[in-house]
Design a protein around this ligand. Structure first.
Ligand code: MRU
Length: 353
């Protein structure tokens, strides 16, 4: 039977503060945090209380709009200088997801023609709200396009959490599963737990269970065996940044999945909004990869599991080369072929609309 779903919003604008769902505490505790200072917003992004490329962008946009409300100046020039400083401060929270910079720069550009400080303050809030509203319909469109690639009863594998709480709603890689549920189509999701901080086990499994979507959790090192024995029909993942040639940065482990999918002859799809595609980043080699604290690797749920003093390498993302990607699913449709050409054509068409 066709059904809709209900998942808490991960970010909400409340005029004097931003409310976020604390994703660090899920699934054991559903805690909401009120962010009132720009430093709270930066901290929430840096410590993964809010995470996922589109949700990071939305939160940063609200954070910048919030900070600007307290500027005391009446000079629009000085206002713009303060705004740029706060933009740079928020932009330093995390380096890989381009939606962070995209959203902040969109806010700064929105007040380029403001003639007064009061006008600029109103415009910033309006623009941030637009980013969140647009992201919801963007994700729904991604879901519609992605669903056209799947058949009833397909088993599909995913990593990390590119779901509703990583966006305004629906998610990117998880959007087709919500839409399938609405339409009464049965899809079965295999979710990788996603070490080191378990976005798959803690967030994807939680989200999909809440929505009544069939989900089976596996550890990261079970991916090959699962593809071999469970008739996996596709892999679908989100993205933090897609370079002009289609090379895609996403959660660490994604590249390995793409290699496995190629070995098993399974299609490997990337689902992402246009705001994640960065034509100024030429190839994957130009994408900055965040390295996070060693404790994420040496500890499990706060308990040390590795010896003191061991060297740790903890890249949060990897880059999947474009030739391993069967298609990139955007809100504007399914992109295939030579991505250097197809992506730049897509953006040229967008610019003419
Ligand atoms: O470190 P995270 O949890 O922010 O990493 C998130 C991902 O890698 C997601 O797949 C990506 O941001 C897309 S979210 C729609």
């Amino acid at each position: 039977m066709a059904q809709s779903f209900s998942i808490p919003r991960s970010v909400e604008w409340n005029d004097t503060h931003i409310t976020i769902l604390n994703q660090q505490k899920l699934p054991l505790t559903t805690e909401y945090l009120e962010l009132r200072e720009i430093s709270d917003v930066r901290d929430a992004i840096a410590t993964l209380k809010v995470r996922g490329a589109p949700a990071i962008g939305i939160t940063a946009a609200y954070g910048l709009a919030l900070a600007a409300q307290s500027y005391q100046t009446s000079s629009i020039e000085e206002f713009r200088t303060l705004l740029q400083k706060d933009r740079d401060y928020l932009a330093s929270a995390r380096p890989t997801a381009v939606n962070l910079f995209w959203a902040l720069d969109r806010l700064v550009a929105s007040v380029a023609h403001a003639s007064s400080v009061n006008e600029a303050k109103t415009v910033l809030v309006h623009e941030a709200i637009c980013i969140q509203i647009e992201d919801e319909s963007t994700c729904r469109s991604i879901g519609e396009h992605a669903l056209s690639l799947f058949q009833n009863r397909d088993r599909i594998l995913t990593i990390c959490n590119a779901g509703s709480i990583a966006t305004a709603r629906y998610g990117t890689a998880l959007a087709p599963f919500y839409l399938a549920k609405e339409k009464g189509i049965h899809l079965h999701v295999y979710a990788l737990e996603t070490r080191p901080v378990l976005q798959g086990a803690r967030l994807t499994a939680w989200e999909l269970l809440q929505a009544g979507i069939d989900v089976t959790l596996i550890t990261d090192n079970m991916a090959a065996q699962t593809m071999q024995t469970k008739q996996i029909s596709a892999v679908i993942v989100g993205a933090d940044r897609i370079a002009a040639n289609g090379d895609t940065a996403n959660k660490i482990g994604t590249f390995g999945l793409a290699l496995l999918a190629r070995a098993f002859g399974i299609p490997f799809y990337v689902a992402a909004p246009l705001s994640t595609i960065d034509l100024t980043t030429k190839t994957g080699e130009d994408i900055p990869i965040e390295e996070r604290a060693p404790e994420e690797v040496t500890h499990f749920a706060g308990i040390r599991v590795a010896p003191e003093g061991v060297n740790v390498y903890n890249p949060a993302f990897d880059v999947t080369p474009h030739e391993l990607i069967t298609a990139i699913i955007t809100e504007k449709g399914i992109i295939r072929g030579n991505y250097s050409t197809t992506l730049s054509t897509l953006f040229k068409e967008e610019a003419h609309q």
